[in-house]
Write a protein that binds this ligand. Structure first.
Ligand SMILES: [Zn+2]
Length: 247
């Protein structure tokens, strides 16, 4: 359910932008006119907090946990101001302006993923791209996996801390967001090392004092729950045969 501020004034603001586009489409297409989006609406505390809760305070793309120092950036899955098919190609204007205040298009990401993705939003057929609120978005086949409406584990898996594509869309998602970037992989490796040690303790069973064994088992059970840091990787490591199973 979308927070109230996206209904009103969000919807009203979206309608004003659509009307403005209808009057000045050439100017918006050339980039000589640009929309002034209001972050006090789409990044309002009520919106961001609802998303943080739904995302278990993790980046929607890389599953890093948000901390006090880095509370996350508001992210538009379909970029609002301009759009690019590939990094090497020119930006196209005006982007998906009509989705700037749309609940379904909003996420919270870490600043690294946000800057890597930037205005990139590749489609399998760029000719099918909706260029205005009058076009049919249903014809688009996005190459990025939408973490809000799709199951990323159908497209991506982990071998140890290394991320691997299972599909073409998984490959594109890894490339656009650089989910194989070294800092992220190092952080995942650290998490995996501690899981590995816990697994060793949990496997000692009856041979040692039961308490640390039980505690290690509980920590391992928690590591695959949705609110755990890098839980997709943990699931591939700890439950390789049923990584897709729901909790
Ligand atoms: Zn991230």
């Amino acid at each position: 359910m979308a927070p109230g501020i996206l209904q009103d004034p969000g919807k009203r603001e979206g309608k004003t932008n659509c009307e403005s586009y209808d009057c000045h489409s050439d100017e918006y297409r050339s980039g000589s006119m640009t929309f002034k989006f209001k972050d006090r609406i789409y990044a309002h505390d009520s919106v961001k907090n609802a998303l943080l809760e739904a995302q278990h305070s993790k980046c929607c793309y890389c599953e890093s946990k948000f901390r006090g120092q880095s509370p996350g950036d508001m992210e538009h899955f379909r970029p609002k101001g301009a759009v690019q098919q590939e990094r090497s190609e020119k930006k196209e204007y005006p982007g998906y302006y009509w989705l700037a205040y749309s609940w379904e298009n909003l996420l919270v990401s870490c600043s690294s993923c946000n800057s890597k993705k930037s205005t990139l939003f590749p489609l399998s057929d760029p000719e099918a791209r909706a260029r205005s609120h009058r076009d049919d978005m249903g014809a688009e086949r996005p190459l990025l996996v939408d973490p809000a409406s799709e199951e990323p584990r159908q497209h991506i898996r982990f071998r140890g801390p290394e991320i691997e594509p299972l599909t073409k869309r998984g490959r594109e998602t890894i490339q656009v967001l650089r989910l194989d970037r070294s800092g992220l992989e190092e952080d995942r490796r650290e998490k995996l090392d501690s899981l590995d040690k816990l697994k060793l303790i949990a496997g000692l069973g009856e041979k040692v004092d039961r308490e640390p064994v039980e505690q290690a088992r509980k920590l391992l059970e928690g590591a695959v729950l949705p609110d755990a840091k890098y839980s997709s990787m943990a699931r591939c490591f700890l439950k390789p045969d049923n990584a897709l199973e729901e909790n």
